[in-house]
Design a protein around this ligand. Structure first.
Ligand code: PGA
Length: 252
């Protein structure tokens, strides 16, 4: 079902006490507002249980930033989809460009991760997006098409309907240079066309597609007002409670 979502990707930031403080600040702010937007936080693995406990008493949901491509067993250092499910984790970011780049996560591995999420009732927030050289070479549609097809189009309709897609141009992540609202709208429309070709128009219309990359409370209102932009995946700006909540409130 198409929803309005703002998800905070904390990446590898904050100590335990800082993380707890941020969650408490978010809860205070959330109590005073009435929004249709679903607010999601994605803290590092060691804080998920704490976040999940707090979430029981609040309106936000919790996501992980990654999960293993394997089911269980002798995979030192990995965290499985089943473990996330056992902690009531709702979402998992899969295919973030930092994982693709620094951890060499390729299409095949990401397909396996999507399958693990599906098998454990975790909703994937599947990230796609082109690099700067790819955009400059006007290959951005081609790149995103490959990522969406390889990562997701093996799913049957029923499974695909659960997926959330985040369009995050790599050149916009952590750079302070967000995509223009027009660039975001154009790519979101393109992704929806791909989904319509594979799963039909109704499924495409019901898919939630987020924008990510240097989202702030300043640029979010215009970005989120674009047709086809259903919210955001927010990195740096999700580490400050008031700023993050302002971004969440930008969805009208
Ligand atoms: P940013 O990160 O908001 O800091 O650019 C977004 C993301 O990587 O999800």
């Amino acid at each position: 079902m198409r929803k309005k979502i703002v998800a905070g990707n904390w990446k590898m930031n904050l100590g335990f006490e800082e993380a707890e403080q941020l969650i408490e600040d978010l809860i205070d702010l959330l109590e005073n507002i009435n929004m249709d937007t679903e607010v999601v936080i994605c803290p590092p693995f060691p804080y998920l249980e704490m976040a999940s406990d707090y979430a029981q008493e609040s309106t936000f949901k919790v996501g992980a930033q990654n999960l293993s491509a394997f089911g269980s067993g002798a995979y030192t250092g990995e965290v499985s989809g089943a473990m996330l499910q056992s902690m009531d984790i709702t979402y998992c970011i899969i295919g973030h460009s930092e994982r693709r780049k620094y951890f060499e996560e390729n299409d095949k591995m990401l397909t396996a991760k999507v399958n693990q999420a599906m098998a454990n009732q975790i909703i994937p927030i599947f990230c796609v997006g082109e690099s700067l050289p790819e955009r400059e070479a006007e290959k951005h549609f081609q790149v995103v098409r490959r990522q969406v097809r390889h990562g997701l189009f093996h799913l049957d309709t029923h499974e695909f309907e659960k997926v959330i897609i985040a369009y995050e141009p790599v050149w916009a992540i952590g750079t302070g240079i967000n995509a223009t609202p027009q660039q975001a709208a154009e790519m979101h429309a393109y992704i929806r066309t791909l989904i319509a070709e594979r799963y039909g128009q109704e499924v495409a219309d019901n898919t939630t597609i987020l924008y990510g990359g240097s989202c702030t409370s300043k640029n979010a209102p215009e970005l989120f007002a674009q047709p086809g932009v259903d919210g955001g995946l927010v990195g740096g700006a999700s580490l400050k409670a008031a700023e993050f909540i302002e971004i969440c409130k930008s969805i009208k």
